[in-house]
Design a protein around this ligand. Structure first.
Ligand code: DX5
Ligand code: ZN
Length: 212
């Protein structure tokens, strides 16, 4: 399906202007990165600015302790999916149940060096697996090609076990690798769009690559 989720993490504009510009594009989702300074060194929490987002939000927690973040992010009216990292030292099942209790879709993200077997016990419960194609922590990094193998593995598991989760990818996507992502359901794109001065042009270009 190759839906586009725009990550507003690194941009040419301030957060409010960035959000306005993304609202005006044909992208399907906002991708909201949240960092706690522990799971990754940076601290990022754009919660206060999200009232002016007019697309469904996919929220991606790169935090050690998602519980408290789930509690306040779930109050936003347009939160569609909450994703956290499978690597954390916490009870994954109860956090997934907690997200579901708000009627919000849930996902797990997996870092480039984490094996897919770490995520397999949860696949039945998940609405999305987010394959990280860069190390979490910042925007503007280079796409890691080996993430494509993870996408294929997940696709095979999904078919074999007759599951429904969506496959997402996050990090380093641009116009040179977008067309390799035919099997990805939700494609996160950050700096390629937000570090430009014409968001519409970039989104339209990526959409036109879907059939190439
Ligand atoms: C990385 C974030 C990603 C990333 C996307 O920690 O989760 O969402 O910043 O931005 P680009 O497309 O610039 O890699
Ligand atoms: Zn992200």
């Amino acid at each position: 399906m190759m839906d586009i989720a725009v990550s507003i993490l690194s941009s040419n504009y301030d957060l409010d202007e960035t959000i306005k510009r993304v609202n005006d594009t044909k992208a399907e989702y906002f991708h909201i990165d949240v960092m706690d300074g522990k799971f990754v060194p940076n601290i990022v929490d754009p919660f206060k600015h999200l009232n002016n987002t007019f697309k469904p939000l996919n929220v991606h927690f790169m935090v050690d302790d998602p519980f408290k973040y789930i509690t306040y992010y779930s109050s936003l009216k347009n939160v569609d999916m909450i994703i956290f990292q499978v690597e954390i030292d916490d009870n994954i099942d109860s956090l997934l149940d907690y997200i579901k209790s708000f009627n919000i879709r849930c996902g797990l993200a997996i870092k480039p060096d984490t094996d897919i077997t770490e995520i397999s016990p949860y696949l039945e419960k998940l609405d999305e697996v987010l394959v990280m194609s860069v190390e979490p922590g910042m925007g503007g990094q280079e796409f890691m090609e080996n993430s494509l193998e993870k996408v294929e593995t997940l696709k095979n598991i999904r078919e074999k076990r007759n599951l429904k989760f969506l496959i997402g990818i996050d990090g380093g996507v641009n116009n040179t690798n977008f067309s390799k992502l035919k099997d990805v359901d939700i494609i996160t794109v950050g700096s390629y769009i937000c570090k430009s001065d014409n968001y519409n042009e970039k989104v339209d270009e990526l959409i036109s690559l879907k059939n190439k």
